[in-house]
Ligand binder design. Sequence first.
Ligand code: NAP
Length: 511
Amino acid sequence: MGVQHVDHLVDHLVDHLVDHLVVGAGFAGLCAAIKLQEDGERDFLVVEKGSDVGGTWRDNTYPGAACDVPSQLYSFSFAPNPEWSMSYSPQPEIQAYLRRVAERSGTLDRFELDTSFDDAAWDDATARWIVQVTGPAGRRTIGARTLIVGAGGLSEPRLPDIEGIETFQGPLFHSARWDHTVDLAGKRVAVIGTGASAIQIVPELQRTLAATGGHLDVYQRTAPWVIPRNDRRYGALERQALRRVPALGRLYRTGIYWAHEAYVPAFTIEPRIALPARKAAEANIRKGIGDPTLRAKVTPHFAIGCKRILRSNTYYPALAADNTELVTDPVAKVTGDAIVTADGVERPVDVLVVATGFWTTELPVTEHISGPAGRSLADVWREGGMAAYKGTTVPGFPNLFMIVGPNTGQGHTSMVFIIEAQVAYIRDAIRTLRERGWAAVEPRAGAFRRWNADLQRRMKRTVWTRGGCRSWYLDEHGHNTTLWPKATFTFRRRLARFDADAYDVRQEMTA
Ligand code: NAP
């Protein structure tokens, strides 16, 4: 059976045949598209369920949304931006940056927006992924040699499972699905959650509500560690210098990279190294809050770094404000117009915001990806735990490449660095497939096992597992399947080259 013959065969199965299908148009999907094009790979499509590029930066429009990693680093290395207004950019600037990068890249004609990725199944006979998508023109079937999933690790909102929440009569929305049509003036607003999203939302809400006679209740289950955010505005002169001397931007980027990388040993080797960060967080509490009872309530009882370290100068003052109450009694139930805590107190609520995080250790997209054996990736991971080889490929799933896959996450630095490293690896894999005329690759069970055994061995000494907290980094068995437990430059080095010898290869079909 020749290659032409296979294409003919697959033609019967699909409406559209491409070499590569990319899922998602956030940082990951966009990076993949730009780099594929750079390599002369013209035959690819990007499907994106939203109506714009941007991923998490398109979806998270809540008041106060900003990145807590400095933008000089939280941007593509190949698309520097001298125009950032602040060291920690607000969401609209990041979203505008991504749109601009997409437009300038000349890849947008390959993007299908408002198009959901419904399902992908590997077809062994033709060595193709057969993918169902639904777009403005209806449902279509696409055949693709490789499936590159950049659907995001923090994209599916996790709603809290609280008794009676479905009976709430007022507006209720997740932080990542902010309803801007709701007028908050003078209202009683409740925020459930005190994670990275909530600590950005709370100061904004507190200010709006204080100005309009409204009230804010913040429901805290676990107090987070919050260090100051040393934000600053870039002046006109500095921006001009960054525009004129690109090396200056690279210097900033390098400095920020190493300053963040210096945190790694505190997470992965010895939590006590983080003592200065803990002191800074304690000082942040003392500075923001005068009342000793409130100070005690917001002081965490776990090692700093066990959960993501948050950054804010305004969170504690907002909690201490007259129109805010921090509620630490557990939420017992939600009624039509109130929240009732375990101590029996009922607090009326007009608008309920749930800043309760995302599905992280059970990625919903994996329910819709099935390998040759017909089992979904979600089923495979339910049995053996979420794991991949180099965070990117999975045994039993030929030519599937995940960006921001298992154990690639970062608590301290830019995910864009990781995304670029993964895309470099995927490009090299695609180049290798082409050069050697291979139809498909999938990682060998041994390589996969060794990679993950090493990760989990290292996890045992990290602050994430022994720091005395429960976080979204861990799965239900307490395994950390989300974070990378070493320096990020090590990750990049391990993915610098596609290591074909760690893969089972299927030769291209020949007559
Ligand atoms: P998160 O960190 O998972 O925080 C969720 C919060 O909701 C936690 O305080 C959690 O309490 C609470 N919660 C969850 N279910 C609850 C329930 N049933 N009842 C009461 N409380 C409940 O989610 P997130 O704040 O959206 O942040 C997620 C991640 O997104 C971050 O870690 C970060 O990686 C990323 N992020 C980044 C930025 C940025 O600036 N770069 C901004 C926002 C988000 P427990 O702590 O007790 O579980």
